[in-house]
Design a protein around this ligand. Sequence first.
Ligand code: DLL
Length: 439
Amino acid sequence: MAAAKPDNRILDVEETYPRDRMTALQLDRLRRIVDYAKSRVPFFKKGLAGISGNDLKTLDDVRRLPFTTKADLHKSYPLGFLATPRNEIARIHGSSGTTGKMTFVPYSKNDLRNWTRLVARFLVAGGLRPGHLVQISFGYGLFTGGFGLHYGVEEAGAAVVPAASGNSERQLAILRDLQPDGLVCTPSYALALGEAIRAKGIRPEDLNLKFGFFGAEPWTEEMRGRIEDDIGLFATDNYGLSEVIGPGASGECVERTGMHFSEDHFLVECLDPDTLEAVPDGEKGELVITTLTKEAMPVIRYRTRDIASLSHAPCPCGRTGVKMSRVSGRSDDMLIIRGVNVYPTQIEEALLRIREVAPHYLIEVSRPDSMDEAIVKVEIVPEFFSASMRDMVTIQERIEGAISSVTGIRMGVELIAPQTLERFQGKAKRVLDKRPKPE
Ligand code: DLL
């Protein structure tokens, strides 16, 4: 059973600015950041030649600015985007991403202060209050999750157990013995912990967990339902990426109808990834983010590759920050199977509509006879795993039908025994693409 919806509280007045006030603030900050970045970073000096902050008359003029991509950051490896003197760096994080190439992200003292506050905003929005205790089961290190959430929890006035990721036995001991109110990790690790809790014979009511703050990877509403049922908490989603700050770019409030962006710090656009034209509210596109206050590493029109939609509809919580939908996937993770575009989250959504399916799966794509073939390996909930061929075939057919109705293509399904697939302590890997890579 999920825990009750927490009451609504708002940390900063900027979260509630009326649109005209926010637009004015954003325009002012955009103008400054353009001049600042141009005067300090060779990449922007070149890209922004011929334009200065004053040329931007409205926020729409952001479209006149060139994009920044991951490849641009790589070309300036390791710290070519640094905009402050080196001795003003207060910390450096990094990400290796899916390509395995590192990106380093420096922060100034002010950047750290802002980041901490932004994380506190979404934690408070999701129910965290002074006096609560939070178990942080994200990796502490170059990854922004551990340290980002750590300082955010403290900023919100709550206490931290820095459990870090891994060692599920110890995680369970902390959950059981210290009785934290909140849990922070990836949704896939929350599932793994839920499983470990049950395996130990611990019931959700033996724990004190009320809130889960999950992020760092795509997940679905169906997955939220499973996690909440498993560990009995109220789960919210939060989003961010190292290149723009880490966690804290956006997060859900208790309404859970999208993640509010902190628009005083980020200007977000949603663009058709092919035409690079803006898409209307409610339509999916690639998020493109400009940092408005970052000192050590500002980015202008950073192409996140994350696919989501935006909504400016008023929110009952009182926050006015534009809301992004769940991320359906990264454009780099999109699979093209026999010409049809499929995101792993679509498959997750189809799978978890079926009660007998456990939330552990792997999508294997191959090309045996010059035709793409996709097989979804999926675990069955232990009590439904049966020796009866007929039962198993019925479940398999239902899963195949669900996948085909969500994705529009037929994929093979292989049912596998409970506890067979890998469990993840950080970001889950859901796809094994064995097709030859184009040169
Ligand atoms: O994952 C920052 C973060 C840490 C966010 C902890 C939330 C909580 P990176 O390692 O640079 O930074 O990975 C960023 O992860 O571009 C998305 O593709 C994905 N991602 C992050 N949050 C979400 C989310 C952190 N809530 C990349 N839903 C991003 C879906 C997410 N995908």
